[in-house]
Ligand binder design. Structure first.
Ligand SMILES: Nc1ncnc2c1ncn2[C@@H]1O[C@H](COP(=O)(O)OP(=O)(O)OP(=O)(O)O)[C@@H](O)[C@H]1O
Ligand SMILES: [Mg+2]
Length: 350
C-alpha cells in the first residue's frame, strides 16, 4: 500500500461513508424542500471530509506504530523518518516490507552460518594448538620426573635428559613463534618492508643455512637460473622465511641421497620460484588442503619430523600478502614442486 493508495483508501472509505450517511438522511427529508440538494451536498462533503481525515491518520498511525519499526530494524537505522516516508511514496509498502524482511532474514541466516563456521574454526584451532603443545610439555614433564627420581645423580642419564628437555623446549618455542607469525599475518598487523634484492643471493643464503640439515640426509642443493642476478621487489626477510620453509620441507620429506632444486623462471613482470624435491611426494587428494593451518598428510610421519603443519600456512600468508600466488604439484613417490611468484623490481627502483 503506497501513501497515495492509503490516501485512496481514505477517499474511497470516506466516499462510501458519506454516501451511506446521505442515503439514510434522505429517508427523513422532504425531496421538495428548497434546500434539499444543498443540505445533501453539505452533509455529504462534511461527512466525507471528517471520514477522510480520520481514516487517513488512522492508517498513518498504524504504519508509524507497526510497520515503521520493522522497516527501521531491517534498515539498521540507516533511514531517517523523511527517507522512510519518501520510500513509502515510491513503493508498495506491504510488499516492499515483506521483500525487505525476506532479504534481511536471508542476510541474518548467512551471518549466523558464518559465525557458526568461525566458531567451529576457533574450536578446531584451540584443539590443534593444545594438541601440538601437549607433546613437548609432557616430554619435559617426563624428563624432569626422571631427574627428580634419582636421575639427577646418575651421570649416564642426567645430561641426556637435560639435552632432551632442551630439545622439547626449543620445539615449544618454535610452535609459539609460528603461531605468533600466523596470528600477526592473519590480523594484518605485519607490515611488509619492500626492498629490491637479488633472489639468487637469497636462495644461496638459505642453502647455506640449511646445509647441515641436508647433509644429514645426503641431499644435494641445486640452483637453476639463466641470469646471474634476478632482482625482485618484496620483503626480503619474509621471503627468506618462505624459502626456508619450502627447503626444510624438501629435506624433511625428501629421500636420502636425493636432490632439492630451486629454479627461477622469467614471466614478464614477475618471476616464478620453484622448489622441487625428489622426495616422497603427496597424494592428489591432499593437495587442496595442504596450505591449511595444522594440515599434515600423515600426522604420525610428520610428527617424527617434528612438523606442526604451520609452515605452508605461513608461506601462503606471506605470498598472498605480497599479492602473489603459491601453488603445488606433486607425484606420489617421486617428488613435489612448490612454486611462488614475486614481482620483479622496476628498472627505476634499481
Ligand atoms: N616437499 C614435500 N613433500 C612431501 N610432503 C610435503 C612436502 N611439503 C609439505 N608436505 C606435507 O604437507 C604437510 C604440511 O606441511 P607444513 O610445512 O605446513 O607443515 P609441517 O612441515 O608438517 O610442519 P612445520 O610447521 O614445522 O612446517 C606436511 O606435514 C607434509 O605432510
Ligand atoms: Mg614444514
Amino acid at each position: 500500500m503506497t501513501i497515495s493508495s492509503h490516501r485512496n483508501l481514505a477517499i474511497i472509505l470516506g466516499l462510501i461513508l458519506a454516501g451511506l450517511v446521505s442515503l439514510f438522511s434522505l429517508i427523513g427529508l422532504d425531496i421538495n424542500h428548497v434546500d434539499f440538494y444543498k443540505y445533501i451536498i453539505v452533509e455529504f462533503l462534511s461527512v466525507f471530509l471528517v471520514a477522510y481525515i480520520l481514516i487517513y491518520f488512522a492508517v498513518r498511525g498504524l504504519i508509524d506504530k507497526k510497520i515503521k519499526p520493522i522497516y527501521k530494524i531491517i534498515n539498521a537505522g540507516n533511514k531517517t523518518g523523511t527517507e522512510f516516508y519518501k520510500d513509502l511514496e515510491d513503493k508498495n509498502l506491504v510488499s516492499e516490507v515483506e521483500r525487505e524482511v525476506a532479504i534481511w532474514a536471508g542476510k541474518k541466516v548467512r551471518e549466523i552460518d558464518q559465525l557458526k563456521k568461525m566458531e567451529k574454526y576457533r574450536k578446531e584451532f584451540l584443539g590443534n594448538v593444545s594438541h601440538e603443545l601437549k607433546t613437548p610439555i609432557f616430554n619435559i614433564q617426563g624428563y624432569i620426573l626422571t631427574l627428580l627420581d634419582g636421575g639427577l645423580e646418575d651421570v649416564t642419564i642426567n645430561r641426556k635428559d637435560l639435552e632432551r628437555t632442551e630439545k622439547s623446549v626449543n620445539r615449544l618455542i618454535s610452535i609459539v613463534e609460528d603461531l605468533e607469525k600466523i596470528s600477526r599475518l592473519e590480523s594484518g598487523q605485519l607490515e611488509l618492508q619492500y626492498e629490491n634484492f637479488n633472489i639468487l643471493d637469497l636462495v644461496k643464503e638459505v642453502f647455506e643455512l640449511q646445509e647441515m640439515r641436508a647433509r644429514n640426509k645426503n641431499i644435494k642443493f641445486c640452483l637453476l637460473s639463466n641470469e646471474k642476478a634476478v632482482m625482485v621487489n618484496a620483503d626480503r626477510k619474509k621471503i627468506l622465511d618462505v624459502l626456508a620453509n619450502l627447503i626444510i620441507n624438501s629435506i624433511n620429506y625428501g629421500q636420502e641421497n636425493g636432490k632439492t632444486t630451486v629454479e627461477i623462471f622469467d614471466m614478464d613482470n614477475q618471476i616464478l620460484v620453484e622448489v622441487s624435491d625428489t622426495g616422497i611426494g603427496i597424494a592428489e587428494k591432499h593437495l587442496s588442503r595442504l596450505f591449511e593451518r595444522f594440515y599434515r598428510v600423515d600426522k604420525s610421519r610428520s610428527s617424527n619430523e617434528g612438523g606442526t603443519g604451520l609452515g605452508l600456512a605461513i608461506v601462503k600468508h606471506i605470498i598472498e600478502a605480497h599479492d602473489q600466488h603459491v601453488s603445488v604439484r606433486s607425484n606420489e613417490g617421486k617428488g613435489s614442486s612448490f612454486g611462488f611468484t614475486l614481482s620483479k623490481s622496476k628498472p627505476t627502483q634499481k
